[in-house]
Design a protein around this ligand. Structure first.
Ligand code: SF4
Ligand code: SF4
Length: 293
């Protein structure tokens, strides 16, 4: 990207690369949405590889550009690993990146495409494609961290632009990103939103969902459905008991946890816990009086 700095100056800047795997591109677009900050960022970093922005195919052709040459000081990786080529390419990207940060639910927790992990991939393939034999895919969609070491995971579907800028500037400054691992509940308290679960018995994943969105849904009277993925230490047992008290069945609980972050390791115990908690007394039973709404 052109700036008013001299060429020699630009050559000394740390380099940034942005990579895409299976995803909708929404998290890469979050970087482009940083309109006010993007030019300032290019004073600090040389964006070497970002096909979503440049669309460039280098001398090596599309495949070489997809693989990249490097080395890069910081790589941002969007998307989950869903094909054998993906699994090979992420190893290469790790080798040519000094720091590797995954961005978004797809890259940190398999994304919506990880729903395949709980079904029959051949059935899905046959239902969706006229010629399923043309489709070559892995049986699973997995987070990048299941394949290579990751220096930092930024959650969200899509990610939050302020958190993204913090992660980039922290890495440029050689410090740890200030992204607290606390829950959406903290953000409700900060903006003065009345707890919709306490006040109205609305099922809400806020207590186990990572902060970052500013608690948008509860502010509009809706329960959080967990698009920012798990907090640092989610108390799933208590959360599931609460969701049951608020009227959710085992199937509903599984579905709400498996929406965006299905392959998140933190959510893996949900299936067993949801079944186990089935004996928990429900609102309105003889053990627990019905809560007022
Ligand atoms: S995490 Fe969400 S917004 Fe980001 S690429 Fe995946 S589906 Fe798109
Ligand atoms: S679902 Fe939860 S994490 Fe996602 S925007 Fe709504 S409140 Fe925020």
């Amino acid at each position: 990207m052109e700036t008013d700095r001299g060429t020699a100056d630009i050559q000394t800047l740390p380099t940034l690369a942005v990579w895409k795997f299976a995803s909708c591109d929404g998290c890469q677009l979050t970087l482009l949405d940083c309109e006010d900050e993007l030019l300032g960022l290019t004073e600090q970093v040389r964006i070497e590889h970002f096909l979503e922005m440049s669309g460039a195919e280098g001398p090596g052709g599309g495949r070489a550009e997809l693989a990249g040459r490097g080395p890069y000081d910081l790589s941002l990786v969007e998307g989950s690993i869903t094909t054998a080529e993906d699994a090979e390419r992420i190893q290469h990207i790790r080798r040519i990146s000094r720091r590797l940060v995954t961005i978004g639910a797809c890259a940190t927790a398999g994304g919506i495409q990880a729903l395949r992990n709980f079904g029959d991939v051949d059935e899905f393939r046959a239902a969706v494609y006229a010629r399923p034999d043309y489709i070559s895919t892995l049986e699973t969609s997995t987070p990048v961290s299941a394949h290579v070491p990751v220096d930092f995971e930024l959650r969200g579907c899509p990610i939050d632009r302020r958190q993204l800028l913090e992660v980039i500037t922290a890495h440029l400054a050689g410090r740890k990103p200030q992204i607290p691992g606390h829950s959406v509940c903290f953000e409700c308290k900060r903006r003065g939103t009345t707890c919709i679960t306490v006040a109205h018995g609305t099922p809400c994943l806020g207590p186990v969902t990572h902060a970052g969105c500013g608690a948008i849904c509860p502010a509009y009277g809706r329960g959080c459905y967990g698009c920012f993925g798990p907090t640092a230490r989610p108390n799933l047992r208590s959360m599931i008991a609460q969701l049951r008290r608020d009227g959710m069945s085992e199937t509903d609980i599984l579905r709400v946890f498996r929406t965006f972050n299905a392959a998140s390791p933190e959510y893996a115990p949900v299936a067993d816990l949801a079944a186990e908690e089935q004996d928990t007394p429900r609102a309105g039973t003889e053990n627990e009086p019905e809560r007022p709404v």
